[in-house]
Write a protein that binds this ligand. Sequence first.
Ligand code: MN
Length: 157
Amino acid sequence: MMKSSLHYIFIAFLFMACNDGKETKDLQLKNSPVFSQGKKITSDNFTGTAYLQMLMDADSLNSISVGNVTFEPGARSKWHIHPAGQILLVTDGIGYYQEKGHPKKILHKGDAVKCPPNIPHWHGASSNTPFIQIAITGREKGETVWLEPVTDEEYHK
Ligand code: MN
């Protein structure tokens, strides 16, 4: 009788453990987004699925553009440079940012990152969690220059 009860308790724990693992894998963002997700990015400057909603275009008064970028898990930009630099504001999720020659940084909601001018870098979501960033990009010295894709090895390192 005692042995049988323990057996059932063990099975119950096993079931909970398996169920918990599944929920972690399917984790989605709990907050409703601040800005619109926008449209799926169709250019080949990104690996995986990402969305862009432009919030502000550069003009004669402000030489910066502001865009909201949403990355699905695993999605990331190619390596690239911004001739006038960029600032990233993280509004949700977990993401990565890496400059050439440096280890990748893990980004969380509330983080702010400065991408210096002409430094090759990439940004994107972590492999299990989406990532949402506001990208504020200087446009006065020319457009973003896109480089090679981020390999799976670089992404997971
Ligand atoms: Mn960038």
